[in-house]
Design a protein around this ligand. Structure first.
Ligand code: MGD
Ligand code: MGD
Ligand code: SF4
Ligand code: MO
Length: 697
């Protein structure tokens, strides 16, 4: 291992924060001996995560001190994609970027440059600070960061207004948990731990998913559905609730708009009709509706998986209506959770300084369509700057993304800790410092605690934090506005000063230094229902804003553009080019594509696996363990077959985002579409059809 010992720093145990794109944002403790982090464990003092961490981060030292960690700036020497590079100095790197950017500015304007970043590190300074200031000043094209949860968030916001739901402390009191389109055992383990605790007091867990994932395995009741049919299921539940007089009429009149229309509207969604669409037996739909009406408090966790579809925004919007029908919101712990980002909203404008941008009309590019943008957008994108993201693996339709990255006339810079698939196509690759080497501020999109990271080890090799990198780049470009002179602490103070957000009152840098975990001021939460921020100030079962945006104003089931439901899926033996729905959600041991290069974790996951139903396997003479090829008009993916009845027939599942491998087709996103979902410019990864065949050995 490439460990660089540090002198002059005391050994001991240091507080830290998990930087990964995971709702739990754990408090950590780093054990340091001879200047090296030897152990990562959970901080028992964190009020929510309380000392437990996942296996991924218990192995974080494998990543921090990985033998392939980038330590110096590199310049490409071979063809794009081949991965041949030579070491250069930072001075050379800065001079080259500044020179190229100045030419681009002179010849084509700032819009010819596109930043591409996501949440490889969730720290506000890593992805929303000096970097944004730099690209604003440059006048670069704007990036619409919608690859993760935008469709669902839009659907939630149309219904509820405020982008927050039930908090963990309240959820602990629920008696019924419905986990809908999420795999929290793997993706948010403390949520599952909280549910386990409630179950010991008699609470029940229902999981609704297209495949029986690890969470489904542990549920009291697992309900499999056909992909993209969740809104039909939710409408079926509403049908039963209205039909049997199980709604809370007082709540509906006081806190909602549109309940009379909704009652009429759902009459057509009978359990029988909904059963045909979703694959859920009619008696189960009735049973679930009765269970939901009876349990109090009842809590629905709306996952990210179910909104990665053509109709994903509407699916979330429809499910979000359910707690209003039973009045679940009135009881502590009752209601729903989609994400809780809004409580801890920081002062984004102070961090990003949009005033630095001269042209307020600068174009926006949706990150979901990065392949198309690189290949087709006019005027052309001539430079791409990637950090905290790995589009060659995580973006949909990766064949097109890679074709775009191969463009000879595209000047690509990648800042990362590793030579990712994307970095292999870069002209310059810059080494990034890991979070434990940085100062940063962390919120959580689930729990109400802010945390501070301070460096525990120095930057490894010549690596630089995002903050430092963009500050120096600004200097190289000759940008001399005061915004580029701010320190990390300045940025944290600016971020925490949010006059418009009462939940952030009292969260300060000094308190963070002193207490490590600073709780948001949750007092306003008491009046949740009086603070709904929809146009009507109520829960909008009918939404005029949606109609104005060209969407149905009432919740509706809209079939997928690319996909089948239970009514139209091909009969066994019927010949259609691509009869199977392909779902590619996260796996247990990686975080998106992060960790896929850590052998220990990759070995646990074995390699790309395709779960296929026994009926679908038999039809194709596929046996457990066979090598299979999965393909459609976009590309090809290879995996080992696991024959299992975890899904309904017609759906195949491959968990995990694997990096590209020499001579192998290991990217699931070769098969996924770059269509935008119905709302929020979101991604529709899972609305895709494929065929599968056994590969001759
Ligand atoms: N271990 C691990 N943890 C992670 C991540 C990771 O990669 N690995 N990623 C992080 C990130 S960025 C995010 S956004 C979150 C996401 O975490 P979750 O909210 O748990 O969402 P996903 O894991 O994307 O998808 C969950 C489930 O959606 C199901 N699904 C797909 N289509 C449908 C559908 O039409 N209907 C229903 N009901 N279910 C469907 C999939 O089968 C899958 O089991 O997790 C974070 N945590
Ligand atoms: N098929 C399919 N595709 C998906 C999904 C899915 O479920 N299925 N999930 C989607 C979702 S929800 C998301 S959020 C996206 C996630 O997509 P990305 O955010 O691109 O996630 P990662 O693959 O983890 O890439 C993060 C990169 O950031 C780097 N990094 C980490 N820390 C730092 C830092 O401090 N500085 C710099 N410069 N780099 C750093 C890491 O080394 C890593 O290479 O993927 C999406 N893609
Ligand atoms: S990935 Fe999630 S569960 Fe694991 S340590 Fe980080 S925040 Fe905690
Ligand atoms: Mo995500």
């Amino acid at each position: 291992m490439n460990r660089i010992p540090v002198t002059g720093q005391a050994d001991g145990i240091f507080p830290a924060v998990c930087p990964l794109d995971c709702p739990d944002t754990c408090g950590l403790l780093l054990h340091k001996k001879d200047g090296i982090i030897t152990k990562v464990e959970g901080s028992p003092e964190h009020p929510i995560t309380a000392g437990a961490i996942c296996n991924k981060v218990r192995n974080m030292t494998e990543r921090i001190y990985h033998k392939e960690r980038l330590l110096y700036p590199l310049r490409r020497t071979g063809p794009k994609g081949e991965g041949r590079f030579e070491r250069i100095t930072w001075e050379e790197a800065f001079a080259e970027i500044a020179g190229r950017y100045q030419n681009l500015l002179d010849e084509y304007g700032g819009e010819s440059i596109l930043p591409y970043n996501f949440y490889g590190n969730m720290g506000y300074l890593s992805v929303q600070g000096m970097d944004r200031r730099f690209f604003n000043r440059l006048g670069a094209s704007r990036l619409v960061r919608s690859i993760c949860n935008s469709a669902g968030t839009a659907g939630w916001n149309y219904t509820m207004g405020f982008g927050g739901g039930v908090t963990p402390e309240d959820a602990a009191e629920a008696k019924l948990f419905i986990v809908w389109g999420a795999n929290i055992v793997s993706t948010s383990m403390h949520k599952f731990m909280l549910i386990e605790k409630a179950r010991r007091q008699g609470a029940k867990l229902v999981v609704i998913d297209v495949h029986r994932n690890r969470t489904g395995d542990r549920a009291d009741w697992f309900i499999p559905v056909h992909p993209g049919t969740d809104s039909a299921l939710a409408l079926g539940l509403m049908h039963v609730l209205f039909d049997r007089g199980l709604t809370d009429k007082t709540f509906l009149s006081r806190y909602t708009v549109g309940h009379e229309q909704l009652r009429e509207h759902v009459k057509t969604y009978t359990p029988e009709t909904v059963s045909e669409i979703t694959g859920v037996p009619a008696e189960d739909i009735i049973r679930l509706a009765l269970m939901y009406a009876e349990a109090s408090p009842s809590y629905i966790h709306i996952g990210n998986g179910l909104q990665h579809h053509d109709n994903g925004g509407m699916a979330v919007r429809t499910i979000a209506c359910l707690p209003a029908l039973t009045g679940a919101w009135q009881v502590k712990g009752g209601g729903a959770f989609k994400n809780n980002t809004a409580y801890g909203a920081i002062n984004g404008e102070a961090l990003e300084v949009p005033e630095l941008r001269e042209n307020k009309q600068t174009r926006s590019v949706n990150m979901v369509r990065i392949g198309e943008a690189l290949l087709e957008l006019e005027p052309k994108i001539r430079s791409l700057f990637v950090y905290c993201a790995n589009p060659a693996v995580v973006a949909p339709d990766t064949e097109r993304v890679i074709a775009g990255l191969k463009r000879e006339d595209l000047f690509t810079v990648v800042h990362d800790l590793f030579m990712t698939d994307t970095a292999k196509y870069a002209d310059l690759v810059l080494p990034a410092a890991s979070t434990f080497e940085n100062t940063d501020l962390y919120g959580s999109y689930w729990h109400p605690y802010m945390q501070l990271q301070e460096p525990v080890i120095p930057a490894q090799g010549e690596s630089k934090s995002n903050f430092e990198l963009f500050k120096l780049l600004a200097e190289a470009m000759g940008f001399d506005e005061p915004a580029f002179r701010d320190t990390e602490e300045d940025l944290i103070r600016q971020a925490l000063d949010v006059p418009g957000n009462p939940y952030m009152k009292g969260v300060t840098l000094d308190k963070l230094k002193e207490q490590r975990f600073v709780k948001l001021n949750m007092e306003p939460r008491k009046h949740y229902l009086d603070r709904l921020t929809t146009p009507s100030g109520k829960i909008e079962l009918y939404s005029r804003s949606m109609e104005e945006a060209g969407l149905p104003g009432l919740p509706a089931y809209i079939p997928l553009i690319e996909g089948y439901d239970g009514r139209n899926r091909p009969a066994p033996g019927e010949k259609v080019p691509y009869p199977l729905m392909f779902i590619s959600p996260p796996n247990h041991s990686f975080l998106n594509s992060t960790f896929s290069n850590v052998d220990k974790l990759a070995q646990i996951e074995k390699g790309p696996v395709l779960q296929i139903h026994p009926e679908d396997a038999a039809e194709r003479s596929i046996q457990d363990g066979d090598k299979v090829a999965v393909w459609n008009g976009r590309g090809r993916f290879e995996a080992a077959a696991a024959v299992t009845d975890r899904m309904l027939p017609g759906t195949v599942v491959s968990q995990g985002l694997w990096r590209g491998r020499e001579g192998r087709h290991s990217r699931a996103n070769a098969l996924t579409p770059d269509r935008l979902a119905d709302m929020g410019g979101g991604a529709a990864f899972f609305s895709t059809l494929v065929e599968v065949k056994r590969e001759e050995a």
